[in-house]
Design a protein around this ligand. Structure first.
Ligand SMILES: [Fe+2]
Ligand SMILES: [Fe+2]
Length: 139
């Protein structure tokens, strides 16, 4: 069972953002599946690879949103960008702790109880408002 079903991810008014959210969902589900397998397999390297890929995807996904916000002169740009920066710093901490400790339950807790709830809440609030503002300008 996936950690997050794509049908539970809110849709926003810009397709490039929906595409990025679908990619992030897919990577989070792959990571969740590898964590579940880790009791039986030695897949630490695969988990590190997927966590790094998810981090890198977010760097690019957030940068695409920020570029569009700058182009559209979106007034709460600083607030939205600040939230992206906070989450990237947190993910970097999680990645370096994982690489030192290989603590599966800590990583699983972060993914299920911190990252996914944040992801849904962020799309429902900042991404939704941003996409609406930019899509109205593009009409
Ligand atoms: Fe987003
Ligand atoms: Fe965002």
């Amino acid at each position: 069972m996936p950690l997050l079903d794509l049908s539970a991810v809110p849709h926003v008014a810009l397709s490039f953002m929906n595409d990025d959210h679908a990619t992030a969902t897919e990577l989070a589900n792959q990571l969740h599946a590898e964590i579940a397998l880790a009791q039986d397999t030695n897949n630490t390297a695969k988990i590190t690879e997927l966590l790094t890929e998810l981090y890198q995807h977010n760097v690019e996904h957030f940068a695409r949103e920020e570029l569009q916000m700058v182009d559209a002169a979106f007034p709460p740009y600083d607030c939205h960008k600040g939230e992206h920066e906070r989450v990237l710093a947190q993910m970097q901490d999680v990645l370096s702790t994982w690489q030192k400790e290989h603590d599966l339950s800590q990583l699983s807790h972060y993914l299920s109880d911190v990252m996914i709830p944040w992801f849904i809440q962020h799309i429902n609030t900042m991404d939704t408002v941003t996409a609406m503002f930019i899509s109205r300008q593009q009409r």
